[in-house]
Write a protein that binds this ligand. Structure first.
Ligand code: HEM
Length: 553
């Protein structure tokens, strides 16, 4: 009882103080005091935040004053809203290139400053800068993170460099050789569909629908050895990938959807999450299954037979599962899933866009189309059937020139963005300050009249070896360049050559008509989204040059 009364003695005074304080707070004067306190705190936070923004703004305005700045709508919002993902947006880039020749500064008021670069001499120091100081910005790449995790495309620094070392062997020529059979068979499936459509009287065909399914089909076989049959019937995984790509584009144009906490509550955010769960479940299951298989083989097989088993493995997931760094460490299952998702994301739309625009350019230039066809026919002379082999790829020089010219004129990727942790010096005493977003315009560089005469004309002869020697190394950069260039470029170039060669062997192409646009001018309006597309699709007329069907059905 003595202890209890001591505790009571101690507690009662403090309880009394607490009671007084609470009653004061909950009295009218207390509430108003509390509100005043909160209001002052809020004002202080907003004040500090605004001051920080103003100082940052003044700092970047000063540092970027060496760059030309196109006129803005207002001092507050700057160029916000002036960059459009439309045909007009691309024409605006042409105007910037005409006017400013190499670079200009840009201001997405009230927060973001940007440097836009579109001349090879200015692009080069930025793309060739060490990967240690190069960063992918969350502002631009952040929306990809829920899908791609911390993968090669969006990671930075040491994490990126380790992943790049581990993944590079998967794109070695010796590995890519094995995929040629897949490129042939996926193309055959697409051509058999075209063959049936033409036989049934449908000759006007939208290319992106068909070619995107074909590139997804072939990537699924190369990445996961998965026979999705997605060109012939609906695949839940493929539909989910397409949904994710569409939703990413949609999100770009909705200001409120930029904040995750708002986005995930919207109808689009919920659809994104749903599609994400389909895609992630698929990749997780494949990786876990393969890991189990490899572990099982390790246990049961001798070292020699293991080597043979390893050699037999051909798909990306197997190769990545087996790759180890200098310390004998490989990637975790989560990391492998992220990379597999990235290959699917980065590889299907880009290659589809490149194929569609190449076919479109050849349709518009029948003499070049015929020259390519002759080249392919000579190559295939005396052979049974149509099968492009690895060794054939280097024997298609003119077709390759047409593909490259198409990649210049209609680059699938319009621009890449970077940030640097140090200042980067450009020619003419210009400096890109650390932390500022740099938009390297692949489109602008490829259409810069200082580099290319008549840049809007399709002229494959630009890529004749004698003509390429005198050109700047950074005038042609569809796969970007430097340490963060495209890891899949040889894969893509091989697939492009197989698809274009087989298509020309089997079909004659002429410009088609978008049925919804009616019989208007037929002028194609470019649509720069995640990759370059065409408004209302890209329509071509097909004439079947062969009676029978092709290869696998
Ligand atoms: C014609 C087809 C393709 C084009 C035009 C293309 C273009 C590009 C470009 C411009 C970049 C740099 C992106 C940036 O810096 O933000 C890039 C990066 C990348 N690409 Fe491709 N790509 C193509 C096909 C592929 C394929 C088939 C794959 C995989 C199978 C692939 C995988 C990647 C990856 C993983 C990166 C990130 C590399 C890194 O940061 O280390 N790409 N691609």
């Amino acid at each position: 009882p003595g202890e209890v009364s001591r505790v009571k003695d101690l507690l009662y005074p403090s309880m009394a103080v607490l009671h007084k304080l609470l009653s004061q707070l909950f009295s009218w004067s207390g509430i108003s005091f509390l509100l005043q306190l909160m209001g002052t705190a809020l004002l202080a936070v907003v004040g500090v935040w605004t001051l920080r923004l103003l100082v940052r703004h003044a700092w970047y305005t000063h540092r970027l004053s060496c760059f030309n700045k196109p006129p803005t709508h207002s001092w507050l919002i700057g160029h916000l809203g002036q960059m459009q993902s439309t045909e007009e947006g691309l024409q605006q880039v042409d105007e910037l290139v005409q006017t400013y020749k190499h670079s200009c500064s840009w201001f997405f008021g009230p927060f973001y400053h940007m440097v836009r670069v579109f001349h090879p001499d200015y692009v080069k120091p930025l793309l060739m800068a060490s990967a240690n100081i190069t960063m992918k910005d969350e502002f631009v790449y952040g929306h990809l993170r829920p899908w791609l995790g911390r993968s090669l495309l969006i990671s930075n620094g040491e994490e990126w460099s380790r992943k790049r070392r581990l993944l590079t062997p998967a794109f070695h020529f010796d590995i890519l050789k094995n995929y040629i059979v897949t490129f042939n068979s996926s193309t055959n499936t697409m051509h058999n569909k075209w063959h049936r459509l033409v036989a049934g009287g449908t000759t006007n065909i939208e290319m992106f629908d068909h070619v995107t399914l074909m590139t997804l089909d072939s990537l699924l076989k190369c990445a996961f050895s998965y026979q999705s049959n997605c060109q012939e019937s609906t695949s839940q995984y493929v539909s989910a990938i397409m949904e994710l790509s569409d939703l990413l584009i949609d999100r770009r144009f909705r200001i409120l959807h930029q904040w995750d906490w708002i986005y995930w509550k919207t109808e689009q955010g919920k659809r994104f999450k749903q599609a994400l769960s389909v895609v992630h479940r698929f990749t997780r299951d494949v990786v876990q299954m393969r890991r189990a298989l490899i572990d099982q083989q390790r246990e049961t097989e001798t070292l020699t037979s293991m080597t043979t088993a390893q050699q037999k493995k051909k798909d990306f997931v197997d190769l990545i599962l087996l790759s180890k760094d200098e310390d004998g460490q490989g990637l975790t299952d989560e990391e492998i899933q992220a990379e597999a998702n990235t290959f699917m994301f980065a590889g299907h739309d880009t290659t589809a866009s490149a194929i569609c625009w190449t076919l479109y350019n050849l349709a518009r230039h029948p003499h070049y189309q015929e020259k390519c066809r002759q080249e392919v026919m000579e190559l295939m002379q005396g052979r049974d059937g149509h099968e492009i082999e690895w060794e054939d790829l280097s024997n298609l020089p003119f077709t390759t020139m047409c593909i490259k010219e198409s990649l210049r004129l209609h680059s699938p990727v319009q621009a890449v963005t970077r940030k640097y942790t140090q200042d980067v010096a450009l020619p003419g005493d210009l400096t890109v300050p650390q932390g500022v977003i740099c938009l390297v315009s692949l489109y602008g560089t490829h259409h810069n009249p200082e580099v290319w005469t008549n840049p809007h004309e399709f002229d494959p002869l630009r890529f004749e070896p004698t003509n390429t020697q005198s050109r700047s190394s950074h005038g042609f950069i569809p796969f970007s360049s430097g340490p963060r260039n495209c890891i899949g470029q040889k894969f893509a170039m091989a697939e492009l050559r197989v698809v274009v060669a087989l298509t020309l062997l089997r079909f004659r192409l002429t410009p088609g008509v978008n049925p919804e646009a009616g019989s208007g001018s037929g002028k194609v309006r470019r649509l720069p989204q995640l990759v370059l597309r065409a408004e209302g699709g890209l329509w071509l007329q097909l004439e079947d040059l062969n009676e029978s069907s092709f290869g696998n059905k």
